[in-house]
Design a protein around this ligand. Structure first.
Ligand SMILES: C[S@@+](CC[C@H](N)C(=O)[O-])C[C@H]1O[C@@H](n2cnc3c(N)ncnc32)[C@H](O)[C@@H]1O
Length: 222
């Protein structure tokens, strides 16, 4: 966890999302943080600090969230990183849990809630391979760019099946990664209703990235 005298060295990002300007703090950029990882640590591969980047998928997701009626809804942001999509929903009156397995991500997400003057979501340090939620506890579950490894599908689908309330909706921002393309037909084969809720092109690192917002629901869970 960074100490308070480091705070003036944090980077500040300014982003437009969901109709307003957001300021987000982070300790450094992805490349610098990645280079500082201990290569001999067998856990390093599992903990590449992707949380420190603000991914275009989340910007599209935030715009989608801003068009939903989230007031009073129980919501879960999976792999929340710097917290932006949790902050957007919290600002709209949702009861949000922002979850990530990186403690530092949650430290910055909480700072970012204060910086942007939105109600603090509940920040939860949890691994989606070992979730601890009560069954059917969330009206909405979302995640920005969380299907970047094939091995994430099974634990994430298990979590969604367990934690989504009857009639609930899942929203996933996805930047058309090669690895994620198979995810949507796979959900459909497992009995999920899958709908594409829109495609946007987002500028990212000097290029443009196409991002889709996917919606999943379970017609058979009542
Ligand atoms: C590509 S980043 C996306 C961050 C954020 N949603 C965004 O779009 O800006 C993926 C996030 O998932 C988190 N993550 C990866 N594996 C996880 C796991 N097993 N349990 C919980 N969070 C995980 C990472 O720490 C990271 O914050």
């Amino acid at each position: 966890m960074p100490s308070t005298d480091q705070a003036d060295r944090f980077q500040r990002l300014t982003v437009q999302a969901a109709g307003r300007t957001w300021t987000l703090e982070r300790p450094a950029d992805l490349e610098s943080l990645w280079q500082s990882l201990d290569e001999d640590d067998p856990e390093a591969e599992e903990h590449i600090p992707y949380w420190v980047e603000l991914w275009p998928a989340t910007l599209a997701l935030c715009d989608w969230l801003a068009r939903q009626d989230l007031a009073g809804r129980t919501c879960l942001d999976l792999g929340c990183g710097l917290g932006l999509s949790a902050l957007v929903a919290s600002g709209l009156g949702a009861r949000v849990v922002g979850m990530d397995y990186e403690r530092d991500a949650l430290y910055f997400a909480a700072r970012n809630a204060r910086l942007n003057a939105v109600p603090q979501p509940l920040w939860l340090c949890m691994d989606w391979n070992r979730p601890g939620f009560a069954p059917r506890s969330f009206d909405h579950i979302w995640g920005g760019d969380i299907f970047y490894e094939q091995r994430f599908f099974e634990p994430l689908e298990r979590l969604l099946l367990h934690s989504l309330a009857p009639g609930g909706r899942v929203w996933l921002g996805d930047p058309e990664r090669t690895v994620s393309q198979a995810v949507w037909p796979r959900f459909a084969r497992r009995g999920w209703r899958v709908a594409n809720r829109g495609q946007v092109v987002v500028p990212f690192e000097g290029a443009r990235m196409t991002v889709n917002v996917w919606e999943l629901s379970r017609p058979d869970v009542t």
